[in-house]
Design a protein around this ligand. Structure first.
Ligand code: SF4
Length: 149
């Protein structure tokens, strides 16, 4: 993937800073994680015109970009406050999983991770448990969760 335009990177930084504040989340303690996701989102703005989540594989990116579900902040974030890219996390770097259905991949990978700011975020919480989880088949190695001990 080519380098995103600086204007797109700046636009995404502005968005993610604002959204972290609004949702009561923080960036990952490892800045490289945040920078990789921001860059991926900016590259999609250049390529597709929209900040499509960079942590999924899409059969048809153009078609997916026309839908709402994986445009950052995606449906999973707005409904469950869960960011599988680890862009919007708790201060300890863990993604919030407490609102996810128990059979969701995020709960299975991380266990129950509570939300320290339950009064913030989840603008689409009324949609919880009403949709099936869209398939994901790829998470970039740079932001993949580490091995469990
Ligand atoms: S998982 Fe959702 S909130 Fe997190 S970076 Fe991807 S689109 Fe944004």
């Amino acid at each position: 993937m080519s380098e995103p335009r600086p204007e797109s990177v700046e636009k995404i930084w502005k968005f993610v800073r604002g959204f972290a504040e609004k949702s009561g989340t923080t960036f990952h303690p490892n800045p490289a994680v945040t920078e990789a996701v921001v860059k991926g989102l900016a590259a999609h703005v250049d390529e597709l015109g929209r900040p499509l989540c960079p942590c999924n594989f899409y059969q048809d990116k153009q078609a997916e970009a026309k839908l709402r579900r994986w445009i950052c902040a995606c449906d999973e974030m707005q409904i469950y406050k869960y960011c599988h890219c680890l862009l919007f996390v708790r201060e300890d770097g863990m993604p919030i999983t407490e609102y996810l259905p128990e059979d969701h991949e995020g709960r299975q990978v991380y266990g129950l991770i509570t939300d320290p700011t339950p009064d913030k975020g989840r603008a689409l919480r009324h949609r919880a448990h009403t949709q099936s989880e869209p398939g994901r088949v790829q998470v970039p190695a740079a932001i993949e969760p580490g091995p469990t001990p």
